[in-house]
Each structure stands twice: as structure tokens, then as C-alpha cells.
Ligand binder design. Structure first.
Ligand code: PLP
Length: 471
């Protein structure tokens, strides 16, 4: 055997063993480690060695040194933020992606990576029931999906006024009105920040008690300014706290009346509910938007990083991501250049893991995964709400639950701290309509009813502890 290959064989076999040993502990290790920045630095740190360390030793040492700082967020009782795990097929395809080490920049650099993106794009348009022919980009996450969609929107609404923003920039351009729901995700603000549109100039639309943009308030906001101006309206399905979704049918109707309007929908996790027949009803009208952003690393349980952007107007999408140089040979019409749809140039071939996830689940499997998480969230909400002093503040429309303890900010925060220290499950806090809340997101493919029951028990135990400490 070629000695270079011997070393590779040895280290990869060893790594597979390490990975399996870790994954085996996911179901019963404490969910969040008790470590400190100093401890982590000390165990990983030290000077860069003058001479290299053999690969096998590097991996052994890395695994040992990170052991106390790795969060079991891929496991079944991690309910923080909105974080999915990694489906077995997706994880395996992700390993292959690294082994192949393709640069998914051009068709020329990887016909296979380009084809995987095309296939996945068709599957997803079908699954979400978005207009066929919509153009799709595979981004690092929903942040860059929102960025890409708003870049395409910026191009399109300014083109309607005869302005080429990619060539001439924003200086001297017609003013664009940006309209965002009052509960818009922070990554919309970051996109506005990066695209030169600014955050302070965005007009915020009041929301209802679930955080949904109020269509009547949108109508009033639109009418209060220049209705003929180029306009980008950002709506949302799946509020990051409550899980609630805007009424896109009504919002789209208002935006379609505008002369130069664009409707963007941030559906980082909410868009996946479109794959579930029983949940479709609350997401009617979503197909009428101009662009959509979502994540695969959240609810589809694809390993990080994996986001998706969809743009109805392919020319606007590609035009806003334009990159041309003599040495970059653009593909023929039937040859997709993956970088034409995203901000990055050289990039990971993230289509393979998406392909594997979707293929391993099938249409029914995706629907089951999403539906199961929603049912488990409802189960947890019901178990908590039964206890005296515990209140669920949101309508559990999807997989998110907002819980308040003793109707008291301090007690709620203390309960969250106790749960985090307890280690049975992990979740975070947030503020909902001015009140401190515990925020629970059920997004993992492997979570079972037993995990939910164990977690409910732990949460109520920690609430009792927090009450005891207060007395
Ligand atoms: C998570 C989330 C985002 C950002 O997604 P990233 O994957 O972190 O980039 C945007 N919008 C909503 C509603 C989200 O929940």
C-alpha cells in the first residue's frame, strides 16, 4: 500500500470509531457541559509545535481535549435556539463530501455537486409547493439566504426604476422603502445592514399577540408613505419565539398592488411545515411571495452548515450574485454553476448532505419528522401547563413553546438556570411581550415521547427548586 494511503486509512478508521463512541453517548450524556473558557483554552492550547504530530495522535488528542466542551445539541433533549441534529444518511454524506473535497463553485469544478443541487432544488420546490422554475441557492444558513433574497429584491425593485444597483451602487439610487414585521428575525436586520439599506430606516409593522404581522397595520404603514416607491416587504413564517406565522395570503395581496413591490418570506424553520398536509392550512399563500429563505440544518436535521434561498425571478437572483472573470468558465445552459446563486465563490458541496437527508426520509418521512416535533412540543406544553404556577404563553402552532413560571421574571430565569445546570435537557430564555420566558424548541429527529416526559419532569423539579430558593 502507498504509505500516504496507509496513514489515511488508519486515521479515518480511528475517527469513525471516535465518532461512533460519541454518538452512542448522545442519548444519556449531560446535555450541556460544565466547563469554562479557561479550561477549554488550557486543554486545547499550548504553543504551535515546531514539528508536526501524526494524524492519528492529532485526532486522539482533539477528541480528548474537547470532551468537556462539546454540547450534545445533536441529541434528543436539546431544546435551545432552533437546532436540529444530523440524520444518519446526511451525516454520512457529509463525511463523503469532505472525502471528495469538491469545490462547488462551477459546473467545471464538480459536475456531481452541481447535479446534486439541481436535483435537490426540484425536490424542494415540489415539497414546499413553490412555483416551479423558481431559482434555488444553497447557502451557509438562513442568514445568508435572507441576505441573498434581499439582494435579489434590491436589484429587481431598482431595475423597475431604471437603476442598475450592481453597476452603479446605492449612491444616488431611488430610495427603497423597507417594511418589516415588528417581530422580524435579527438576521433580516443584519442583511439590511450589509446591503447598504440600513436598519433604522426600516418601517416596522405592529404585530398581534402571537407575533404575527397585522395585515391591517401593514396596509396603514404602506399608505402612510410613498406607495409608488420601490418597496421590499419582509414577512415571516415561524416566529423564532412563538412559532407563529404571518398571514401571507393577505400580505401578498397588499404587496401585489404595489407598482415596484417585492415580498420576501423568512421561513428558517416554518417553511418546513409546508411539507405537512395537516399544517399546510396555516401556511396558505406562501407560494405567492417573490423570495423565501429557510434552513436545512434546523428542521431537516442536516449537519451544519446548510441554508436555502428561493427566488421566483431567476434573472434577478443571478443578476444580484454576478461574478465574471476570464478564467472562470461559465457552464452551458444545462450546466449549473452553483456559485451563481449565492454570495460565496469557492464553497462546500453542501448539496450531497441535503440530497441524502431528503432521500433517506422521502416525502412522508419529512412530513413525519416535522409533525412529530410539533406533537412532542404540544405534549411538553401540556405536561408543563398542568403544574400549578406554570403557564404556556403561546399557541403551540409548531414546535416552539414559551413557558413562564410563577408569573415572575426572576423565578422564570432561575428555573432556566437550574435546568441548564441539571443537565437532563437544555433550553434557553427569551423575552416575550415584556415578560421573561423559557423558550423550548423541539427540532431533533431522534427525540421521543420518553425524552419529553423526562424533560418535563426535570423542568418541574427545577421549578420547585427555584421556588424553594426564593422562599
Ligand atoms: C434561525 C433563524 C434565522 C437565521 O438562520 P441561521 O441558520 O442562523 O443563519 C433566520 N430567521 C429565523 C426566523 C430563524 O429562526
Amino acid at each position: 500500500m502507498d504509505p500516504r494511503f496507509e496513514e489515511t486509512t488508519d486515521v479515518l478508521r480511528r475517527t469513525a470509531d471516535h465518532a461512533l463512541a460519541y454518538l452512542q453517548t448522545l442519548h444519556d450524556r449531560r446535555v450541556h457541559p460544565l466547563t469554562s473558557p479557561a479550561e477549554m483554552r488550557a486543554s486545547l492550547g499550548g504553543p504551535l509545535p515546531d514539528d508536526g504530530v501524526p494524524p492519528r495522535e492529532v485526532v486522539d488528542q482533539l477528541v480528548a481535549a474537547t470532551e468537556r466542551g462539546v454540547v450534545a445539541s445533536a441529541g434528543p433533549r436539546y431544546f435551545g435556539f432552533v437546532i436540529g441534529g444530523a440524520l444518519p444518511a446526511a451525516l454520512a454524506a457529509d463525511w463523503m463530501t469532505s472525502a471528495w473535497d469538491q469545490n462547488a463553485v462551477l459546473y467545471a469544478t464538480s459536475p456531481a455537486a452541481a447535479a446534486a443541487e439541481m436535483v435537490v432544488a426540484d425536490w424542494l420546490l415540489d415539497l414546499f409547493d413553490l412555483p416551479r422554475g423558481t431559482s434555488v441557492g444553497l447557502t451557509t444558513g438562513c442568514q445568508m439566504a435572507n441576505f441573498t433574497a434581499i439582494a435579489a429584491a434590491r436589484r429587481a425593485v431598482l431595475a423597475k426604476r431604471g437603476w442598475d444597483v450592481e453597476r452603479d451602487g446605492l449612491q444616488g439610487a431611488p430610495r427603497i422603502r423597507i417594511v418589516v414585521g415588528g417581530e422580524g428575525h435579527v438576521t433580516i436586520d443584519v442583511a439590511l445592514q450589509m446591503l447598504g439599506l440600513g436598519t433604522a430606516t426600516a418601517e416596522r409593522v405592529p404585530t398581534d399577540d402571537q407575533g404575527r404581522m397585522r395585515p391591517d397595520a401593514l396596509e396603514a404603514v404602506l399608505a402612510a408613505g410613498d406607495i409608488g416607491a420601490p418597496m421590499i416587504v419582509c414577512a415571516q413564517i415561524g416566529n423564532v419565539n412563538s412559532g407563529a406565522s404571518d398571514d401571507i395570503t393577505k400580505i401578498a395581496e397588499l404587496v401585489q398592488r404595489l407598482d415596484a413591490g417585492w415580498l420576501h418570506v423568512d421561513g428558517a424553520f416554518g417553511l418546513w411545515a409546508r411539507a405537512v398536509p395537516e399544517l399546510r392550512l396555516q401556511l396558505d399563500g406562501v407560494e405567492q411571495a417573490d423570495s423565501w429563505a429557510t434552513d436545512a440544518h434546523k428542521w431537516l436535521n442536516v449537519p451544519y452548515d446548510s441554508g436555502l434561498v428561493f427566488v421566483r425571478d431567476q434573472a434577478a437572483h443571478r443578476g444580484s450574485m454576478l461574478m465574471s472573470a476570464a478564467y472562470l468558465v461559465a457552464g452551458e445552459a444545462d450546466q449549473r454553476d452553483p456559485s451563481s446563486y449565492v454570495p460565496e465563490s469557492s464553497r462546500r458541496a453542501r448539496g450531497f448532505a441535503l440530497y441524502a437527508a431528503l432521500k433517506s426520509l422521502g416525502r412522508r418521512g419529512v412530513a413525519d419528522l416535522v409533525q412529530r416535533c410539533c406533537s412532542l412540543a404540544a405534549r411538553l406544553a401540556a405536561q408543563l401547563a398542568r403544574a400549578p404556577g406554570v403557564e404556556v404563553l403561546n399557541e403551540v402552532a409548531l414546535n416552539q413553546v414559551l413557558v413562564r413560571f410563577g408569573d415572575d421574571d426572576e423565578l422564570t430565569r432561575r428555573t432556566i438556570r437550574h435546568v441548564q445546570e441539571d443537565g437532563t435537557c437544555w433550553l434557553g430564555g427569551s423575552t416575550w411581550q415584556g415578560k421573561a420566558v423559557m423558550r423550548i424548541s423541539v427540532s431533533n429527529w431522534s427525540t421521543t415521547e420518553a425524552d419529553i416526559d423526562l424533560s418535563a419532569e426535570a423542568i418541574l423539579r427545577c421549578f420547585a427548586q427555584a421556588q424553594g430558593a426564593q422562599r
